[in-house]
Design a protein around this ligand. Sequence first.
Ligand code: GLY
Length: 558
Amino acid sequence: MRITLSIFAICLFIGCKTVKTSGLVTEKAMVVSARVEASEIGKEILAKGGNAFDAMAATGLALAVAYPYAGNIGGGGFMVYRLNNGEVGSLDYREKAPKLAHRDMYLDSLGNVIPDMSWYGATSTGVPGSIAGIFESHRRFGKLPIEAIIQPAISLAERGVVVTRKQEKTIETYQDKIVELSGVTTLFSGAYKEGDTIKYHALARTLRRILKHGPQEFYTGETARKLIDFIQSEGGFVTMEDLKDYTPKWRKTIIFNYKDLKVISMAPPSSGGVTLAQIMKMIERYPLDRYGHNSKRTIQVITEAERRAYADRNYYLGDPDFVSVPLRELLSSEYLEDRMRDFSFKAATPSHQVSHGNVTIVESDETTHYSIVDQYGNAVSVTTTINGAYGSKLYCDELGFFLNNEMDDFSAKPGVPNKFGLTGATANSIAPEKRMLSSMTPTIVEQNGELFMVVGTPGGSTIITSVLQTILNVYEFGMSMQEAVNAARFHHQWLPDIVKMEPKQFNRSLKRKLYKSGYEIDETSSKIIGKVDAILRLESGRLEAGADHRGDDAAAGF
Ligand code: GLY
């Protein structure tokens, strides 16, 4: 009953006629991403005999075309994989700070943060990793020739992509800034309406050169030269040396158990896996299924665990190639049990009583996630980003993509608020060639040694808590994959000390009771929390999609 009501409420909230309670169900293979064009291209690659890694590359490139809001070749990302033999691993192709970067690069002579310098334009751009990551993943695990994988994205770019109602709105929202930075003749200066088709000829040309010459085209070839000329003419810091030296990294995943689930997620420089692990281990001993979905007790337990985990996240985590992250200690059962010792259902624990109490970080909300399971039983979970919506808002018309503004994910000045009024820690301070801390949480879950779920989402600091709730919705509250994605979400990140809730999703009496127990609720700062794209392996072995209706997300499979 409660689930039906929340689905009804979400329907009202996003203004749709019907919200499905079951996602697409397929027999063997599935791709779920932010755009139907990208999911279809991934599916076609699988249908041609390609594997999940081939589809990872094809879907990623298709998103760069169809979803310029966050899909990219100018950004970076993380992939977590699980092979059909149970082997797991992850690829880090996160952007890096340029060699010219230094701790105080966004400070003026008085030591104050220069507004917007790490947010808009070429000064905010880190060294992109997406093309290197896609090729590295394909080199190690791909089956089909790379030409077969890149060509569909080129054809899509030439054919063009139809503007959706949501895309019309986002272009409208960000257009003034895009035009201010990129010029009045930029491709994104058009008065695009729902149903219009945008053709991406420049991106098609760039992709064709990459198809012909390989990843070195992006890192040392003509594309590299054009990119660097453009970045430097716009005052940015990335050089040819930076591009030439960029390499993605295979990293060990974060693995932990939650009851009989095994959760596999991304390690630093993403905070996703560690923070998800901390929260899930802290809540494991509470009978959430008995408390009920989004009940007061469930919200309290999750909120209190989130508060404590985010306090640690913001203090301890950074690029492990530069700072030592005390992973073993942060994930030890004794430590996490101890963290929850002062929690009581009687009242909220004020965040100022939770150490480490004077630093926090937030990343922007605009990222994109896609989940893939292939017909061979391999799974990949990929989250990729240019950070802000349309990245730095600086579009390189000659090459056909937005530059990222990932440098804003560093703390420009430890202890001083960033653009969002939030402050960061020294573990994540800027250094040449360092990777900025992320919240991206591409995750794969196993049950009894079998694949159970592939899940992830955009949403900045709310990524981790959205992934958490999606897993719990299925495992603890018995929802279908699509119901789990549809369900209303809430979020707490230690500071600010508020429970963020999707508006009009939680009833008044519940909110009143939470308020009485000391929880401040904010329904205004985010209309939606995450856009989760997930795949559940059903008991029958079939696959069910959860494609988030909060975006244009869609599943395709067979
Ligand atoms: N830029 C968003 C993230 O990395 O979490």
